[in-house]
Design a protein around this ligand. Sequence first.
Ligand code: SAM
Length: 667
Amino acid sequence: MLALTSTRKRMVDTQIAGRGVCDPLVLDAMRRVPRETFVGPEFEEFAYEDGPLPIGEGQTISQPYIVALMIEAAEVKTGDRVLEVGAGSGYAAAVISRIADRVYAIERYPSLAEAARRRFRELGYNNIDLRVGDGTKGWLEAAPFDAILVSAGGPEAPPALKQQLAIGGRLIIPVAEDERGQTLLKLTRKNEDDYETVDLGAVMFVPLIGEQGWAENDRYPVGNHVAGNDGPRQQPLQALPKMIAEAAEPLPEFDDPAFGRMFDRFADRRVVLLGEASHGTSEFYRARAAITRRLIEAHGFTIVAVEADWPDAEAIDRYVRHRPARAGAEPPFQRFPTWMWCNTDVDAFIGWMRAHNDEVAPVQRAGFYGLDLYNMSASIAAVLGYLDRVDPKAGAVARERYGCLTPWQKEPSTYGRAVLTAGYRKCERTVIEQCRALLERRLDYATKGDESFLDAVQNARLIASAERYYRVMYYGGAESWNLRDTHMFETLEHVMEARGPTCKAVVWAHNSHIGDARFTDMGIREELNVGQLCRERFGHDAALIGFGTHAGTVAAASDWGGEMEVKHVRPSHRDSFERLCHEAGAPRFLLDLRSREPLRQHLLEPRLERFIGVIYRPETELLSHYSRASLPQQFDALTWFDETSAIQPLGPEHARAGVPDTYPFGL
Ligand code: SAM
């Protein structure tokens, strides 16, 4: 309990006060109400993460930040009578009850209302009346109210609720804005007939179902979620797109050498990190290839480290550095999402790397390395194959140790669930022992197997990280994300160590890994990433370059493991950075964000930013793909393509004659 009390305090400091809620009454009430009491025991440990959680009946408990934001906006104070519509778990009503005199709460699901009442009783909160019913009609007998908070989104502010406000009273309600989102409105009753309306920003709530809300089987404009709130909407600043247009440096064609030269300003860094706003956009791959070619050719970079699995990238590395293919290795990049690396843009870049490396001495050859940890089964096969070759006895021991993970190799994401539900013994100890055993024999093995020792150790590290990753992934939250990004960063460090003290690296990964997490919503959730870790480790010697687009097409799936589809990217949200760049009017440009005043000052304020991964769900775009970030703090520069197109996946017609079997693109 004590641990949760301090976590609650930290949550209020970082997620609520840290995001601008400053009413001392609200902060104090949030510190007092135990949110863990309002969720099932299985979710207790996540009660202080910044997100909604399931409470039954397909409903969710609201995100703490939005509860605080709404109560502050409603100006709830001592002595007030407050109505909450959509009581759900009862959490928001409980927080309001620590400030106001009396709270009236309405919930349409009897089971949720019953559970909420029980919680109020247990906590001794006896100034809350809760009833089951349609809250869109209000609570006439108890009216007028000093404040009304509606925790579900309707087509408009229900007339009954407006009528039940006291003069001077405040109604806070999410209403449908367009088919993809809602706006949080604050209506203040000025007199009998007049209401002043203030727009508090884009939000995403479950639907308000009732006589003056949506009908039960309406097509709601949003998904069935409460989403992260986007905070108060920025005032449109007409001058900003113009300032961006003035600062924007037009980008030449990709095959024009001038394209790469535009990035010479970052060539003195040890690590140049190149992002992407989606995993399936051709322009992002082609731009990164053009920049990387320049950094390799003209500035001595020898490491290309990408967001791909280590063993798969290793097969490419062998190809581009003219090393023999590993005997018996599985063809790489066969797992979802194959198009990320099996596409015509990557194929062209790999062909270039191989040709370039042919012209230079082996030690100067640029290598292709994978930072990610998903392909655990290929890593296990690689460690065993290596040991069987250099030390068969050690191979037998390793086989025994990795046997613990064997049932889960093909579908490791089920491992976490097995550990949870069946009390399956954890494999952690054995896989760490194996990694340590390899490292301890570093000197013996390294002489035998040159480059392949780094490969084997890195695979063993991957297995140890992956075991923990899959175990904690089941819970979601910051821990599994942090584990993965820390693993990616440490892999980069190991590769740089192996390539020598003066080596320089280019990293290709998604914007969410590259842009400094501390200046995005991720920081609030206590998530870190590769970009942040690189800045902390290399300081000025790391350059973080983001990529963005307004609209076009993208290759993505609808669900994890699904087929690749070419989808239309919706025009960027009106409150996003992307919209500002679009309104700048130039088709493609580089925006250097360092010390360019006053543009930098104006862009500092956090705004929406779009993140598309291997999954794209345009129908719930605001909820699924937008987050907030302070662009000039997140990145040193932004590479912009106003309209973009999907990558083209490789098919059998792209087979190259004479390449080894394991070369993926010959398949
Ligand atoms: N404030 C709640 C909390 O902290 O747990 C949030 C609950 S959830 C976001 C919104 C709730 O509104 C759901 O439990 C849903 O059943 C309820 N709801 C939707 N339409 C309603 C209506 N017309 N009257 C009452 N409750 C409604």
